[in-house]
Write a protein that binds this ligand. Structure first.
Ligand code: CP
Length: 311
């Protein structure tokens, strides 16, 4: 693997999922693969799971880990030809060039603005690192995608599926803040690659990018959509068409134990209890949220292993 900025970078998904499950059984099998190599984790935004699971995965492979909260460094300029006489002190061209001398792999987390759709869609931060860094780039959640999360979700579904073609439903849920579409986008793309019966349910106005959802079934009736589901993946996202706006906070869309029935519950975390999902679901035996978070390590580890093998 040359980089992991999008799900398409995985050349063989089923083999990669198997390899991740194998790494989970024996996490230190390749503990010298990354010896004398360094990964740099760059955070433009907060993180708990991504930061620690990627660090753990890297250490399992013998990599040195450096972490930088970018807001502690110089303000970066991303535009070409700017007269830098205002708030930005360092251009991405120099920054990415410098960082590429310090690290063999650079991983980046940079959320969208949710105000400038065109700019967010261009993945201006992630794509600038891809353009100006000379080492492989990993997406730790960008404006429009969270491919490491989606890989962990695919691993989790593979582990817990009881039928050859499980029914998987992505259900929107209310949230007091405007959140990105990144997790939902990558989950949709991942489900389209797996042998699952996949559909999406959300209120009208919350349609994701049609270039991502393609022919995936969308049902505006949550109760109907959830019938006979094996896995229910709950996530809030802000409107894509009315970009970044909160159109509804209808609490009837919160996931409850009654609606979930016997289905397994999934969420990427962090999650707001009794807003997105009621306590009974998270505290119940059908919740897979901790297993998903655990699989973040092995999703990151299999990606790092495949990148290290090509360095
Ligand atoms: N799911 C996820 O990416 O968690 P963090 O935001 O805590 O990294």
């Amino acid at each position: 693997m040359k980089k992991y900025t999008e799900i398409k970078d995985i050349s063989n998904l089923s083999e990669t999922i198997k390899e991740a499950i194998s790494l989970k059984k024996n996490p230190h099998e390749f503990e010298t693969l990354g010896k004398h190599k360094t990964i740099l984790l760059l955070f433009f935004n907060s993180s708990l799971r991504t930061r620690l699971s990627t660090e753990k995965a890297a250490r399992n492979l013998g990599l040195e880990v450096m972490i930088l909260n970018v807001n502690d460094a110089w303000n970066l300029e991303f535009e070409d030809g700017t007269i830098m006489n205002a708030n930005t002190s360092e251009h991405i061209k120099e920054a990415a060039g410098v960082l590429s001398q310090y690290a063999d792999i650079i991983a980046v987390r940079a959320f969208p603005s949710l105000t400038d759709k065109e700019k967010d869609q261009s993945e201006w931060v992630l794509s600038s690192f891809e353009k100006y860094a000379t080492v492989p780039i990993i997406n730790m959640e960008s404006a429009m995608a969270h491919p490491l999360q989606a890989l962990a979700d695919a691993i989790t579904i593979s582990e817990f599926a009881n039928t050859p073609k499980p029914k998987v439903v992505l259900s929107w849920a209310p949230h007091p803040k405007a959140l990105p579409q990144a997790v939902a986008n990558s989950f949709v793309e991942m489900m389209q690659l797996l042998d699952v019966d996949f559909s999406i349910t959300h209120p009208e106005g919350y349609e994701l990018d049609p270039e991502i959802t393609k022919k995936t079934s969308i049902n505006y009736n949550q109760e109907e959509a959830l019938q006979d589901a094996d896995f229910v993946y709950v996530k809030n996202w802000s409107s894509y068409s009315d970009y970044g706006k909160i159109l509804s906070q209808d609490k009837h869309w919160m996931m409850t134990q009654k609606k979930l029935g016997t289905a397994k519950f999934m969420h990427c975390l962090p999650v707001r209890r009794n807003v997105v999902v009621e306590d009974a679901v998270l505290d119940g035996t059908n919740s897979l949220v901790l297993q998903q978070a655990n699989n973040r390590t092995f999703a990151a580890q299999v990606v790092l292993k495949q990148i290290l093998e090509e360095l």
